[in-house]
Ligand binder design. Structure first.
Ligand code: GAL
Length: 676
């Protein structure tokens, strides 16, 4: 089949005469898969229980006739007006008690039994009707769960929350203990008294807020699972997924991963952010890692501009191609867009599409056709995997807890800090997995833990075991502070990591906005000097040595960065937010100690390299994110996979935004890990 290529197809927006042209142009663009029907509920069920599938039959028959695979949507992301008219209780409610009105999309309470019943009824119909249809290749459930309605605080949600709490804690005493309700006279006598953390005079109980984030994620997932249950029963064997969003706080991608047959991602690189491809790199690595290295699907991106940023820049020539290949290089087996044909009306008419308002004689359509042709030329990439010897830890539980109110600093931003730790690895050309704390770490040489505030004793022990076994570990500030109930681990901070890090933290000194401190020489000569901001802390060494110290401010002379030999490995700790050059130097030092090499040696700045290998061959991807042409020396002769019968070369020229897809014999370098 090869790398799937196509986009969201919304034919209900167009008169039927247009559909034949759609199919002809899809063929011209080498489209192989479309996601159909995402927002079609009102059209297939115009009145309760009155079904009109005839038009959708013709859409699917047309796709099948053209040999285009259908990723069929379950159509449940936007309930039709009749539903909320008859059942206004389906509408979601904010923490202040305000209902959201219909008129946009995703206006449903995830816990609403009424919404779920109508959604499941629709999915039963769809699945029964299209089971065995030649166009049915995959199911796309809902759409971007939690995109607009992240949490609901209505009475149905409260009831569902209490059910979830009863299952989780068993008794109200256990709940009181987990939520530390002895504080502020919050002790519950009965589950019936428990509410969502609605708008209150001041900070609602943090453990209650954390559980509500967990519960809300679960409520969304239960919507997905309720639909999935129907699909598995009626169309067994047809893969099922839903489109996740990047760094999307409400939805724990690692928690959802076991319930998706393939990870599927919507990613919109921002052409007005110079290095947004690094954020893409992080998210793509996470998608690939979430199911143990299994190829994932890029199910939405833009052919040009989006319409939902304050200022929406177009993609300059070559950018769409470059960023599409970046996804493939990092493990994607599909490159799909939102959407096939640009809308004439509605909220997204200024969002680009594969087929723009101006039609086929456009740069966008030409670039789309060319990309489709290229992807079709390398079917062997499908299924190929990558290996990494570095893992970066990410965790939604810790993210949720970290960003609650009533912390030492509200300026700690999980996504930003994660990306800051990822960037030096990406820029060094190192292959990296992004995994949860519970992942198997034994195959990695180096593990980076950015700011993991919530860390269970078991997961901390796994990190310690990794170091004892010879691994190199880097942990940054404010990690290992609380348990799963947001209770401080007994013993000095960071109690469960003290032994492996060889230190304790006596006091936090978060820095005021705009304030920075100098850090410099530690217990060795030549330690890099520079500045740090955001956070500092008083570190007491218990076996570790300082490799950098604060050289000004209240903590002057105290350790800022430490290194500790432990078992057969070593652990570094970073007690502040180092400026990028310092963090890069530190991670370079750790990489050297761990023996981690880049994917290709000597890459010019701005060039990303990635390797995928599988039954269809070994592919080396070179992606020039820089603004000028470069030459890349190859350590071995490789040939251009996009050019038939190309000769093997050892040097490749890449224009600005240029891409090379090379192939050749041999096996990948590097350790095992999630991608192994
Ligand atoms: C996604 C969504 C699509 C479309 C797209 C526009 O959030 O799934 O339906 O709205 O964004 O960028």
């Amino acid at each position: 089949m090869g790398i799937r290529f196509g986009g969201d197809y919304n034919p209900e927006q167009w008169p039927e005469e247009v559909w034949a042209e759609d199919l002809a142009l899809m063929k011209a663009a080498h489209v192989t898969m479309v996601t159909a029907g995402i927002f079609s509920w009102a059209k297939v069920e115009p009145r309760p229980g009155e079904w009109d599938f005839g038009w959708f039959d013709r859409v699917l028959d047309g796709l099948a006739g053209a040999g285009i695979e259908g990723c069929l949507a379950t159509m449940t992301a936007s309930p039709p007006p009749w539903l909320t008219h008859a059942h206004p209780e389906v509408l979601p409610q904010g923490p202040d008690g305000q209902r959201r009105w219909p008129g946009a999309r995703q206006h449903f309470c995830p816990s609403s039994p009424v919404y779920r019943a109508y959604a499941v009824r629709l999915v039963e119909r769809l699945a029964a009707r299209y089971a065995g249809h030649p166009a049915l290749a995959m199911w796309h459930v809902g759409n971007e769960y939690g995109c607009h309605t992240r949490q609901c605080f209505c009475d149905a949600s409260a009831e569902d929350f209490r059910r979830w709490l009863r299952e989780r804690y068993g008794s109200v005493d256990a709940l009181n203990d987990a939520w530390s309700t002895a504080f502020w006279s919050q002790g519950y006598g009965d589950f019936a008294e428990v509410l969502p953390p609605r708008a209150a005079p001041t900070f609602p109980n943090p453990a209650q807020q954390l559980d509500y984030l967990r519960f809300s994620d679960r409520a969304l997932r239960e919507c997905y699972l309720a639909e999935r249950e129907v699909l598995d029963r009626v169309t067994p064997g047809v893969p099922v997924t839903t489109n996740l969003m990047p760094q999307h706080k409400p939805v724990d991608a690692f928690g959802w991963a076991p319930h998706l047959d393939a990870m599927a991602l919507d990613f919109y690189q921002d052409p007005q952010v110079a290095d947004d491809h690094v954020r893409a790199g992080y998210v793509f690595d996470l998608m690939r890692s979430a199911r143990g290295g299994q190829p994932w699907l890029l199910v939405e991106q833009a052919a040009g501009a989006v319409n939902w940023r304050p200022r929406n820049g177009p993609k300059p020539p070559g950018a769409m191609r470059l960023w599409s290949w970046q996804a493939v290089a990092q493990g994607a087996d599909a490159v799909l867009f939102f959407q096939w044909r640009q809308s004439r009306g509605g909220a997204e008419k200024f969002h680009s599409a594969m087929l723009p308002h101006a039609g086929t004689d456009t740069r966008i359509f030409r670039e789309v056709c060319e990309l489709g042709r290229e992807l079709a030329a390398v079917p062997g990439i499908e299924g190929a995997r990558s290996k990494a010897s570095v893992a970066l830890l990410a965790d939604w539980q810790s993210w949720w807890a970290l960003e609650l109110d009533s912390r030492p600093s509200t300026a700690l931003d999980h996504s930003r800090i994660a990306l800051e730790h990822y960037r030096p690895l990406f820029e060094a050309g190192v292959a990296c997995d992004v995994v949860p704390p519970r992942a198997e770490l034994a195959g990695y040489r180096m593990v980076v833990v950015p700011n993991l505030y919530l860390l269970t004793a078991e997961d901390a022990e796994r990190l310690a075991a990794f170091v004892r076994g010879g691994g190199r570990l880097v942990v940054s500030f404010f990690s290992g502070i609380v348990d799963a109930c947001d209770r401080v681990h007994p013993g000095a901070y960071p109690a469960p990591l003290r032994e492996v890090l060889g230190l304790r933290v006596a006091e936090f000194w978060p820095l005021a906005q705009g304030r920075s401190v100098a850090v410099g020489d530690g217990d060795r000569d030549g330690a890099p000097a520079g500045r740090a901001d955001l956070w500092s802390e008083e570190i007491v060494l218990e076996g570790a040595r300082a490799v950098a110290r604060f050289v000004e401010g209240e903590l002057a002379g105290g350790p800022a960065v430490t290194r500790h030999a432990y078992g057969r490995g070593e652990a570094w700790y970073v007690g502040t937010r180092l400026e990028p050059a310092l963090l890069r130097a530190l991670l370079d030092e750790v990489r050297a100690a761990a023996g981690v090499a880049p994917v290709l040696p000597g890459l010019p700045a701005g060039v990303q390299a990635a390797v995928r290998e599988g039954a269809g061959g070994r592919y080396v991807f070179l992606l020039n994110h820089g603004s000028g042409p470069v030459e890349v020396e190859l350590p071995e002769p490789l040939r251009d996979a996009l050019v038939p019968r190309a000769a093997a070369v050892t040097r490749v020229g890449l224009a600005a935004r240029g891409v090379a897809v090379l192939t050749g014999p041999g096996r990948q370098e590097g350790g095992g890990g999630a991608g192994a």
